[in-house]
Design a protein around this ligand. Structure first.
Ligand code: ADP
Ligand code: MG
Length: 193
């Protein structure tokens, strides 16, 4: 977590967000900053799709005019390490999330909560892709991105859990990312000339 991203007591305040963590409720206010309306809308719509799921926040109230969401508070605090059991539980949440039609663009460990009994939850859905139809190419790519980020967490915390096939998937994904990076640098270079 960077220096300007601290959960101080029950308040989390950044240039983009004001979050109050109460005993039972969390209030997430999207400050006027880049894409804030889009992020607010995506988190709201994602949580509506996920309303049957356990281990993600319930959407309790939406205050549109103030771009504020009232969410149920989940148990635990942001994880700093993940056990094999945590990762097995997290994978179930991720797969259920994909079945519900929500794919995350990233999965930072601070969005994974673990409580003292080892119960795992997932928060923060403002950067996600929602499935429009089953075979949408964008949706299929987004599901790969989500699973890639999950595998990166496994690789970082419990690498022995990765199967040979998953190691290969990670290797291929890194090669594709490198290719896009070179492509982008080349494009920027040509544009500058
Ligand atoms: N529903 C919730 N229950 C408990 N803690 C939460 C909840 N939502 C967020 N948090 C805590 O607040 C932190 C910041 O919230 P998050 O939605 O991730 O904001 P940001 O979009 O700025 O990353 C999370 O990493 C988590 O520790
Ligand atoms: Mg977050």
């Amino acid at each position: 977590m960077s220096a300007n991203k601290q959960v101080i007591g029950s308040i989390y305040n950044t240039e983009k967000m004001f979050l109050r963590i109460g005993e039972h409720l969390v209030t997430k206010h999207f400050k006027k900053s880049s894409d804030y309306l889009k992020r607010f809308d995506l988190e709201r719509r994602s949580l509506l799709r996920l309303k049957q799921l356990d281990h993600v926040p319930d959407l309790v109230r939406v205050v549109e005019w103030d771009t504020t969401l009232h969410l149920s508070r989940l148990p635990g605090v942001s994880a700093t390490s993940l056990t094999a059991e945590n990762l097995i539980d997290l994978e179930k949440i991720v797969e259920q999330m994909l079945i519900a039609g929500v794919a995350r663009h990233s999965m930072p460990i601070r969005d994974v909560l673990v409580d003292e009994r080892g119960e795992v939850s997932l928060v923060d859905f403002e950067r996600s892709t929602l499935r429009s139809f089953r075979w949408s190419p964008i949706w299929l790519i987004a599901t790969k991105v989500t699973r890639y980020h999950f595998l990166k967490l496994v690789e970082h915390h419990q690498p022995q859990m990765l199967t040979a096939d998953q190691c290969e998937q990670l290797r291929k994904a890194v090669a594709i990312r490198r290719y896009f990076l070179v492509f982008r640098k080349l494009r920027d270079f040509i544009r500058r000339r």
